[in-house]
Design a protein around this ligand. Structure first.
Ligand SMILES: [Ca+2]
Ligand SMILES: [Ca+2]
Length: 216
C-alpha cells in the first residue's frame, strides 16, 4: 500500500512538471550569452553494484535561479522527474522512483547546468540530498548515490573546451586514442550515453559559435 501511495505521489509530481518545456528553459537562459564563455556541466547521479537504492531525491538551489539546461533519464529504469520550485527556477527538486532495490550499477539521471565565466560547477547551484531509501522506505547513506560533475566537450579534461578536444574525440572514434571515465562522458556532447559522429558534429557547432551551449 505504501508503494502505491508513493507512486501516486510521483504521478502528481510528474503532472506538475510535464507542462514545462525543456526548450523554453534552455532558450531563456542562453539568450544573449556569447559562445565560448559558456560552460555546460552535466551532473551524473550514479549508483554502484548492489547499492540497494530504490528511491532518490535531491534539491538544487541558487539565489539567482538554477541555470538548468536539460535533464536526462538514466540507464536503470524507474521514473525520473524534475520539478521547478520557489518562484520559478530558484530551486529544482530532482527525483527518481524505482521499482526495486538496485543491484546493477548505472546512472539514475543526469542534469545539465550552464554557467558563464565560472571557475567551478559548484558556483552554479547548491546540491542537497533529500532522500535516499530502499523499496521498504529504509533510509540509506547518501554515499549510496555518487555525483560526477562533467564539463561537456572537455574531452582532454584540462578545464576548457577547445579545438584540441575535437581532435581527441576524432582520434577516439578513429581508434587511435582511448578515453575513459569523465573524459568519455565529456565526449558525449549530445547526451545520448554513446559516442558517435553526432558528438563530433555537436562539438564542432559549439566551437564554431553555432551552438551557444550544450543542451544537456
Ligand atoms: Ca579541454
Ligand atoms: Ca553521444
Amino acid at each position: 500500500m505504501k508503494k502505491i501511495l508513493k507512486k501516486i505521489s510521483a504521478a502528481i509530481i510528474a503532472s506538475t512538471t510535464i507542462a514545462i518545456s525543456m526548450a523554453s528553459i534552455s532558450s531563456s537562459i542562453t539568450a544573449s550569452a556569447s559562445t565560448l564563455e559558456n560552460k555546460t556541466y552535466r551532473i551524473y547521479f550514479d549508483v554502484s553494484a548492489n547499492s540497494g537504492v530504490c528511491d532518490f531525491s535531491c534539491r538544487l538551489t541558487s539565489s539567482s535561479g538554477v541555470p538548468m539546461s536539460g535533464f536526462i533519464n538514466g540507464t536503470l529504469g524507474g521514473e525520473s522527474r524534475y520539478q521547478l520550485e520557489g518562484n520559478g527556477t530558484n530551486s529544482i527538486l530532482l527525483t527518481h522512483w524505482g521499482e526495486q532495490d538496485l543491484t546493477t550499477p548505472g546512472t539514475l539521471f543526469v542534469v545539465g547546468l550552464v554557467g558563464r565565466n565560472i571557475n567551478s560547477p559548484y558556483e552554479l547551484a547548491d546540491l542537497t540530498y533529500t532522500m535516499v531509501q530502499n523499496y521498504a522506505f529504509v533510509t540509506l547513506p547518501h554515499s549510496r548515490v555518487q555525483t560526477s560533475y562533467v564539463l561537456i566537450g572537455d574531452v582532454n579534461q584540462d578545464g576548457a573546451v577547445k579545438q584540441d578536444d575535437l581532435i581527441l574525440l576524432q582520434d577516439y572514434l578513429n581508434g587511435t586514442a582511448t578515453l575513459s571515465g569523465n573524459a568519455l562522458r565529456a565526449a558525449d556532447t549530445d547526451g545520448d550515453f554513446g559516442i558517435s559522429e553526432a558528438d563530433i558534429t555537436t562539438l564542432n557547432k559549439f566551437l564554431t559559435g553555432k551552438l551557444i551551449n550544450f543542451s544537456v
